[in-house]
Write a protein that binds this ligand. Structure first.
Ligand code: NDP
Length: 614
């Protein structure tokens, strides 16, 4: 067992003093609290406007060049997969490898890729290393061009996977599911779509993503703006010119405003700044922006990887993020850096002989040091002192998605780019001509919303237009009226053979591909096993579901951490009272790695513990 590390210079107490640190943690904590408090709002998540009804056009697919004309399909299949993103692709691949070939993927978009199909904004890039993020690299034999892939390469790769597994003939693209209805006698789901299709499926896997429905700020005058407007997840290249790599050449005579400086805003703003006549960046809360440091892939290194390397690398990354010992940090980037410092406080097995309170204090100091470094980066890069100050974040790394980018900050040194900092208050209102902040109207030709996606509704019903009707005619939306209820994060009582892929109520990891890889393996293995045993329906018991909910909702260190955070979708806009509030809707307390180990142990036991089987 390794000795837990001590901060150098600290004598008897493991907690260093302000003098030893060179900054005062109490002062910094006060500043973080001040910044949080001035952003708290009573309306929380209700502050946003959904893109329904007269705003539904913000959801329209701008990328379809030709509508697929086809007759309705009537089919009997083993598995219906909802969504052609990474989850759907993984599910299809693992089913096929397990010998199940009668499945269909139903996807609203015109092609595969999910979030990468929709998010084609300039600069879109994966912030997790491509070698662990791009699915099925070994299976397809593909080498990512760079350590962090850009959107077009990722979308192409999704298509590559679909071709590799011959998924196009078994997929219904440009097709929206309307209803899923359970037939309790036949133990099958009936899936109906907006194309008149009727599919009868033994199992239904819902993998439609949880950040898929664009949301807008509920601002007075939102509908009054007379200029051009769109959401970043439906980028209008006809208007801006250029492509996902930039060169937005039609903006040279345009005054452009963008609301939102989250992970998306950070990536597209440098491209807007490069070509717009004038760019106004309306900021409520700055992101933390660490070094990206992208680099091309070394083909020799890539070719030297041994069979099974992608899963091994992913395990290595996930272990590091849990504070476990690994021989080598294979990914070695900004993500592992956040956790390595925390891991240094542990003994290599995820434990420590420090007290819980000492660990909490040291964890905070590690975060403060990182935050100070990142704020230093802003000061070193942005020339105007006031702008630089406004771009510094004052909240801990897990309050919002940490970002990594090397082009965003220098953009504010351009003469045509103005940061309109709203001091945590947000934009005041929209007018016919532009946007008002602090009584000043900024006239715009184009207003872009980088304001993110609905979280709660998306995870409750997955798609606003989709109705899932289970045993006894109960609607999933009603079963989840007070929040998501699952067993193992995957299934719900009253909804046999229906599985939800995703991070909610499962074991969290920032690499969603790791999660989807493991969940698809789990489900495919279970389907094959259940079939071999002659089981036609698998459904969690009410008790198993209640126990799971209690487990994932139980308070833990993360609860207090999130409560102290600046508002955002991670903590239900500052209103998270328990673990089941916020975007995870509760999470497996031992983390991602242990969660999937637990599922493997559950499968190995073979007694379908927690489920009623028929
Ligand atoms: P976010 O929800 O993260 O950000 C929305 C932005 O809009 C925030 O900056 C928010 O400010 C701002 N905003 C909302 N309302 C107002 C208002 N009234 N006035 C001013 N500003 C406002 O959405 P994103 O699209 O940026 O990111 C969503 C998620 O997608 C990420 O968290 C990440 O998980 C994923 N993503 C991943 C990427 C990757 O590289 N893998 C890249 C891009 C996105 P405030 O912070 O104050 O709420």
């Amino acid at each position: 067992m390794n000795e837990p590390a001590r901060i150098p210079g600290a004598s008897s107490s493991p907690i260093p003093t302000a003098e030893e640190l060179g900054f005062d943690p109490d002062e910094l904590r006060d500043k973080y609290n001040f910044e949080r408090d001035r952003r708290l709002r009573k309306d929380g998540e209700a502050q946003y406007e959904t893109t329904d009804d007269d705003l539904y056009y913000y959801n329209d697919d701008p990328y379809i060049t030709e509508r697929i004309e086809r007759d309705p399909i009537n089919d009997e299949i083993e598995v219906a997969i909802l969504g052609g993103g990474f989850g759907g692709l993984y599910m299809a691949a693992r089913l096929q490898e397990a010998g199940i070939r009668d499945f269909r993927i139903i996807e609203r978009g015109g092609d595969f890729g999910g979030t990468w199909y929709w998010n084609r904004y300039p600069g879109a890039q994966c912030d997790v290393e491509s070698y662990i993020y791009l699915p099925l690299l070994e299976e397809t034999g593909y080498m990512p061009k760079e350590k962090y892939s850009f959107g077009p390469e990722i979308r192409e790769h999704a298509q590559r996977v679909a071709k590799h597994y011959d998924l196009y003939p078994r997929s219904l693209l440009q097709t929206q599911i309307k209803n899923l209805q359970w037939d309790d006698e036949d133990c099958r789901w009936t899936v109906t779509t907006d194309r008149g299709d009727v599919l009868r499926a033994r199992h239904v896997v819902v993998s439609s993503g949880s950040l898929n429905r664009p949301k807008l700020p509920g601002l007075p005058g939102l509908r009054d703006f007379r200029g051009h407007t769109f959401h970043t997840s439906r980028w209008d290249y006809d208007y801006t010119g250029g492509s996902a790599t930039g060169g937005l050449d039609k903006l040279g005579d345009k005054r452009v405003g963008i609301i939102g400086t989250g992970a998306t805003g950070i990536q597209c703003i440098s491209h807007l700044g490069a070509t717009a006549k004038q760019l106004y960046v309306f900021q409520r809360t700055p992101s933390s922006i660490d070094l990206r440091g992208n680099s091309p892939t070394d083909p020799q290194w890539y070719a030297s990887q041994k069979t099974g390397w992608q899963i091994d690398r992913n395990d290595n990354f996930t272990k590091l993020l849990m504070g476990l010992d690994v021989e080598e940090d294979l990914v070695n980037d900004g993500w592992t850096d956040i956790f390595k410092s925390l891991g240094d406080l542990m003994d290599g097995t995820g434990n420590s002989d420090l007290t819980v309170d000492e660990l909490r204090q040291l964890g905070e100091i590690v975060d403060f040091k990182r935050d100070n470094r990142i704020r230093g980066r802003v000061a070193d890069t942005v020339k105007d002192g006031q702008t630089a100050e406004a771009l510094k974040h004052y909240y801990r790394p897990w309050c919002k998605r940490p970002t990594f980018n090397d082009e965003y900050l220098p953009t504010f040194n351009r003469p045509n780019v103005t940061l309109v900092d709203t001091a945590g208050k947000g934009v005041q209102r929209v007018t016919e001509a532009g946007v008002v902040v602090d009584g000043v109207e900024y006239e715009l030709d184009c207003l872009i919303f980088a304001t993110g996606f609905e979280v709660s509704r998306a995870t409750y019903t997955h798609q606003a237009d989709l109705e899932i009707i289970g045993r006894g005619g109960v609607k999933l939306g009603d079963h989840w009226a007070d929040g998501m209820r699952t067993y193992q994060g995957l299934m719900s009582y009253g909804f046999p053979n229906c599985y939800h892929m995703g991070f909610t109520q499962t074991g969290y990891t920032p690499n969603f591909t790791y999660m989807l890889e493991n969940q698809s393996r789990h489900l495919a293995t279970m389907f094959v096993d259940a079939k071999a045993r002659g089981y036609t329906a698998l459904e969690p018991t009410a008790e198993a579901e209640a126990d799971w909910l209690a487990l994932v909702s139980a308070p833990n260190q993360m609860t207090d951490y999130l409560k102290a955070c600046t508002p955002g979708y991670y903590n239900a806009e500052g209103n998270a009272k328990s673990n089941s509030d916020g975007f995870l809707q509760g999470h497996y307390p031992e983390g991602g790695l242990r969660f999937y180990e637990m599922l493997a142990e559950w499968r190995a036991k073979g007694d379908y513990d927690g489920l009623t089987v028929r």
